[in-house]
Every structure is written in structure tokens, then in C-alpha cells.
Design a protein around this ligand. Structure first.
Ligand SMILES: [Ca+2]
Length: 265
């Protein structure tokens, strides 16, 4: 009994010591762990994409998606939604930049306040990002945020299923208020990555490492755009696939092309 009690006392002391260490370590970890989501200067909710590798590219789809390759990225925040008309209007008011061509008399169409802004060039999008204390995502950052770390074909998994997105038949050739399609959510909580508007990235349209196919379009000519579909891009319907690559000249604008931003930690 005495031995048992002594053992128990030692055990309790050991447990207490472990608890103290755990609390101390936990506090340290807690202090170091970044928030899962933040609200940026422009009022946009941003979600955390933790540091780590992911699979970029695919053997399915077009030749420019090959070969699939592993990419390591530092942690970053990315906008949960595409940048909306009302957010862009605040940017224009603050900076005096020229409004998109589809704004009648230069005024934001009130009924589109929560729709993604479109008809913005790469330079417009980059200027907005800078104003908001952010930047445009690289193509790799966009793809990881869309498919996660399991190499998913779609933001929700590998099966297209009967998921509804702002593309194809559901897209109806018009944009939608951001976040209108609850099926279209990525593993990190990003909406509309399989639909609604195409989104600028900061990356030039180049061949992936290990892709020896020569294309005239490769080089520092076109910026990669990703994840559209509400309005067919020059008659090309969206595939909704997270690895699908499209492109635009940086000065180009389009009814179905907008953007979202990222922010470094
Ligand atoms: Ca989109």
C-alpha cells in the first residue's frame, strides 16, 4: 500500500509536470499558430492555406497541365470570395482609378454590388491588391487553394457528381453573387473556384517543369487565368477542373474575368 501510495504520488507529480509542460508548450504553439481566417483592409474575409507541398497539374485534360509535379508553398491567406463590385468601388473612390467599361456613367451598377467585378485588366487587379495590402496569387497558390493537398480534380473531390456551380447550365451566361453555390467550396473554404468568373493570377503562361511540348503561347506574353465558367471564355465552356489553365494578355479585359487576392503572413 505504501509503495502504491508512493508510486501514485510520483505518478501524480509526473502527471502534473507533464501538464505544466503541455500548457507552456501549448501557449507557445498557440501564440505561433496563425489565425485560420482574417479580415483584410478591404473588408474581405481571407482563409489560411498552411505551408506545405501539394500536387500541381494533371495527366487528364490539356497537355499544358502535364506533368503533375510537387510544389512546396509557404503559408498564405487567400480571399474566400472573388473581389466584388462594391469592394472595387471603394478602391476606385480612394484612388481615382478609371472604372470598368461596363459601369454606366462610371457608376457601379447597384444590382451587381455582391457580384464579382469584371472587365478589369491585370494591372487593375494588381493595383487593387496593392491598395488592399495584398497581391495577386501565383498560379500555384491559386491551384493549391482550389484543390487542397489530395490532388483533387474539383474543389470538392474527384467526382464531378451533380454539383452545382456558377458554370455551364447553372451559369446561364451571367455572373452570380459570390458564394451563391454552396457545392463550389474548396478544402480551405474558398468559394467559386470551379465557376463564376475567371481569375487573374500573377504567373506568366509557361510550360511546367518537365513539359517538353513547345507552344507559341508560352513565354512572358500571357498571364494565366483560372477558375471561371459563368460566362464562356471565348466560346470555351469551363471544365470546372482545378488544374485547367487559361490565359489572357495582361491588358485584356472580359465580361467573365475578375480576380481574388492573397496576402503573406
Ligand atoms: Ca471563379
Amino acid at each position: 500500500m505504501a509503495l502504491y501510495c508512493a508510486g501514485k504520488r510520483h505518478l501524480m507529480t509526473a502527471v502534473a509536470l507533464v501538464m505544466v509542460m503541455a500548457i507552456a508548450t501549448g501557449r507557445e504553439l498557440y501564440a505561433a499558430a496563425p489565425a485560420k481566417s482574417i479580415t483584410a483592409k478591404d473588408g474581405a474575409e481571407m482563409v489560411l492555406v498552411p505551408a506545405g507541398p501539394f500536387l500541381m497539374g494533371s495527366l487528364e485534360g490539356d497537355a499544358d497541365e502535364r506533368p503533375p509535379h510537387r510544389v512546396y508553398l509557404k503559408a498564405y491567406y487567400i480571399d474566400k470570395y472573388e473581389v466584388t463590385h462594391e469592394q472595387y468601388a471603394r478602391f476606385l473612390k480612394a484612388t481615382g482609378r478609371k472604372p470598368p467599361v461596363d459601369w454606366p456613367g462610371g457608376e457601379m451598377p447597384a444590382q451587381l454590388a455582391r457580384h464579382p467585378v469584371v472587365n478589369v485588366s491585370f494591372e487593375d487587379a494588381a493595383a487593387y491588391a496593392c491598395w488592399a495590402g495584398k497581391r495577386l496569387p501565383t498560379e500555384a497558390e491559386w491551384e493549391k487553394a482550389a484543390r487542397g493537398t489530395n490532388g483533387w480534380t474539383f474543389p470538392w473531390g474527384n467526382d464531378p457528381g451533380n454539383k452545382k456551380t456558377a458554370s455551364g447550365a447553372e451559369g446561364k451566361e451571367k455572373t452570380w453573387p459570390v458564394g451563391s453555390f454552396p457545392d463550389d467550396v474548396s478544402p480551405y473554404g474558398c468559394h467559386d473556384m470551379a465557376g463564376n468568373v475567371w481569375e487573374w493570377t500573377s504567373s506568366w503562361y509557361e510550360a511546367y517543369p518537365g513539359n517538353s511540348q513547345r507552344e507559341l503561347e508560352y513565354g512572358k506574353k500571357f498571364k494565366v487565368i483560372r477558375g471561371g465558367g459563368a460566362i464562356a471564355y471565348y466560346q470555351a465552356e469551363s471544365t470546372r477542373r482545378t488544374t485547367d489553365r487559361a490565359r489572357s494578355v495582361p491588358y485584356g479585359t472580359y465580361d467573365g474575368l475578375g480576380f481574388r487576392c492573397v496576402k503573406d503572413l
